[in-house]
Design a protein around this ligand. Structure first.
Ligand code: LIP
Length: 262
């Protein structure tokens, strides 16, 4: 992505961020409690889809809230609000997550939290930055000095024991556990060295499209539970991300419980 396009897209996402302050969220439940969509999600999607399609008609558009959209080899991938549950509760940890995918790889990513005005960006091979100025680097903390995040598939609940048992094992080994409940922000926080690692058993490509590049450009590593690269063409996946020092230990903890159904 060239400088002109980078500036244009970052500005567009920040404009979209203003829509997060609209008063009437018009909250709707998608499939079950904990699976929400709000008017903010829809407004952000419509705004970005229209603008990006107009400026870049050759690039497809794949979005969480657009059931007719799908993965292609050259597409934008958007989660209009990652952390919708947080938004619904006024817990202002959420972000617009937009990435550009080429041949199943993220080549540009932006995660913008309009409430904190923190804008994380990354271009493949050119580093990751916070607010355009601070170069991001993962921390060098080992597990015994680490903060670890995990997602618990909140709207499914069937894997509650497995997720919390993994977390309990890690809790005994690390400084503490955090639950931000947004994959996009978790990955940015790893990239910025605020936390050291994260795992979740069920995420979608729009959740990690931008954040995965943030982590790799900051020197970290992201895989699925088996240690494979994440595949954007799959509708969902497991995920482990970290500073590269804690990843193996997270994977070991996951394997103590994964597939045991507990
Ligand atoms: C969330 C995901 C997020 C994941 C959370 C939660 P929400 O859903 O988008 O990436 O880490 O566990 O499922 O709150 O955006 O609907």
């Amino acid at each position: 992505m060239n400088k002109q396009d980078y500036v244009y897209v970052v500005d567009l996402v920040k404009q979209a961020g203003k829509l997060a302050f609209q008063m009437d969220l018009d909250i709707k439940i998608k499939e079950c409690i904990g699976d929400f969509v709000t008017q903010v999600d829809i407004s952000v999607m419509n705004f970005l889809r229209d603008k990006l399609n107009e400026k870049y008609p050759e690039i497809d558009f794949y979005c969480e809230e657009d059931p007719d959209s799908h993965y292609t080899d050259y597409c934008w991938i958007l989660d209009p609000i990652d952390g919708t549950t947080n938004l619904v509760h006024g817990y202002r940890q959420c972000g617009i997550s937009l990435a550009l995918l080429k041949d199943n790889e993220s080549i540009f990513g932006i995660v913008y939290n309009p409430f904190t005005d923190e804008c994380f960006t990354a271009i493949k091979g050119k580093g990751a930055y916070l607010n355009g100025t601070k170069r991001l680097h993962v921390s060098d903390r080992p597990l015994n000095l680490a903060l670890i995040e995990f997602g618990a598939e909140s709207n499914i609940k069937t894997h509650a024991d497995m997720n919390f048992n993994i977390a309990k094992d890690l809790f005994r080994e690390c400084v503490d556990i955090r639950r931000l409940c947004t994959t996009a922000m978790n990955l940015c926080y790893i990239a910025d060295g605020r936390i050291e690692g994260y795992f979740e058993g069920y995420v979608h490509p729009w959740d990690f499209g931008a954040g995965i590049l943030m982590v790799s450009e900051a020197g970290g590593i992201t895989t699925d539970f088996e240690g494979n690269n994440l595949d954007f063409s799959k509708p969902s996946t497991t995920i482990i991300s970290g500073n590269g020092i804690v990843n193996q230990q997270i994977q070991d903890a996951v394997w103590q419980h994964y597939n045991k159904g507990n």
